[in-house]
Design a protein. Structure first.
Length: 370
């Protein structure tokens, strides 16, 4: 069996060579000097490794700090977008109230919708917590490696740890440590990009809703003004028609009065002819005959009766037409009142409230006041 050469045996071999050569330096002094040199070399290499590890940890820490800052910025942007959405949603309430007042329907108000994405915000928060935990571990490792790196033989904060070099179950490899950092950064990048997409989606929705509401408000105002113009034109036409009806009623009233006067004017001729015929009937004997005067008187009575019938028919027609005109007048006046009331509502109640619509900037949720 071949015995393995240990550093101690090699050192003894060198010492024997030195002794055989008859060197002035004693074996013990040479051994002490060699051990001290070896210890110093090993300590120097450990310090160098700690410094390199310190630089790696500092690099990882800076990367994590940058990623944490990006995640915090993304979270703040998401929160600001949520506030913008709340403001934009609040900006939909005045148009709703105005429209509801305008059409006098208040019993079906549109409820507010919560558009804040709590799930996404919770994911961002959880990601930030993971990054902060990893960064905290890195900072602790940097502090420990810094403390270990500046230790010297003359340091006062050193002590014996006999079992420190034994195997530990909780130790991780540098590859695992690097993989942890890369995984945390990758997860943060994924969530941050998802937040950016969500913010862009929210901004697009806000823009579309603001444009739709503005277009709808302008369209409603245009329709109201157009309706007022239509009502004004209809009222003018109704008033013109009413004036024509009133003028015709005036003529009909004059006709009725003339017919009444003409009918009253026939009373005296009728009385005269009837009196004449009555007197002639008082004659006696053969003088009571149907002579020419008698025939003329009878013809005159028939003629006056026909004239009176014609006048009465004309009077009835005139009075019937007068009633029709009065009915038409009432309807026209009622229509004019309705038009005036509709115009008054649109002009004095609806249109004055239209300027209360939120501004376009307010619809975008960029300000908290009108």
């Amino acid at each position: 069996m071949i015995c393995a050469l240990t550093p101690y045996r090699l050192l003894l071999g060198k010492l024997s060579i030195v002794n055989s050569c008859g060197a002035d330096e004693s074996p013990n002094n040479f051994f002490i000097r060699h051990v001290n040199a070896q210890t110093e070399k090993t300590q120097h290499e450990s310090t160098k490794n700690l410094k390199n590890n310190f630089q790696d940890l500092n690099f990882s820490e800076r990367q994590l700090e940058i990623e944490i800052k990006d995640v915090i910025d993304a979270t703040n942007t998401l929160i600001a977008t949520g506030c913008t959405l709340e403001n934009a949603l609040q900006a939909t309430e005045p148009p709703e109230t105005i429209s509801t007042d305008n059409i006098n329907i208040r019993n079906h108000r549109r409820p507010e919708e919560n558009v804040i994405d709590d799930v996404q915000e919770a994911l961002i928060k959880a990601t930030k917590e993971v990054l902060e935990l990893v960064a905290s571990n890195k900072m602790q490792a940097v502090l420990l490696d810094t403390t270990a790196g500046v230790l010297k033989n003359t340091s006062t904060n050193k002590q014996f740890f006999p079992a420190v070099a034994s195997s530990q179950d909780n130790l991780s490899s540098p590859e695992e440590r690097t993989q942890e950092v890369h995984y945390a950064i990758y997860a943060a990048e994924y969530e941050r990009m998802a937040s950016e997409r969500l913010v862009q989606l929210c901004q697009n929705i806000i823009q579309d809703v603001a444009n739709d509401l503005q277009q709808q408000a302008d369209q409603v105002t245009h329709f109201i003004l157009h309706n007022v113009n239509v009502l004004e034109a209809a009222k003018i036409r109704l008033k013109t028609k009413l004036n024509e009806v009133l003028a015709e009623m005036k003529l009909q009233q004059e006709t009725i009065e003339k017919l009444h006067a003409a009918i009253r004017a026939k009373d005296d001729p009728v009385k005269v002819v009837q009196t004449r015929l009555h007197l002639r009937r008082q004659r006696c004997g053969k003088d009571l005959c149907e002579d020419t005067p008698h025939s003329k008187l009878v013809s005159e009575i028939v003629e006056l009766a026909d004239t009176m019938d014609g006048l009465l028919r004309k009077l009835e027609e005139a009075e019937t037409r007068m009633k029709e005109l009065e009915t038409c007048q009432a309807k026209l006046e009622q229509e004019i009142c309705l038009k005036q009331d509709s115009i008054r509502i649109d002009k004095t109640q609806v249109l004055p409230r239209r300027p209360g619509q939120p501004s376009y900037v307010r619809r975008l949720g960029r300000v908290n006041v009108f």
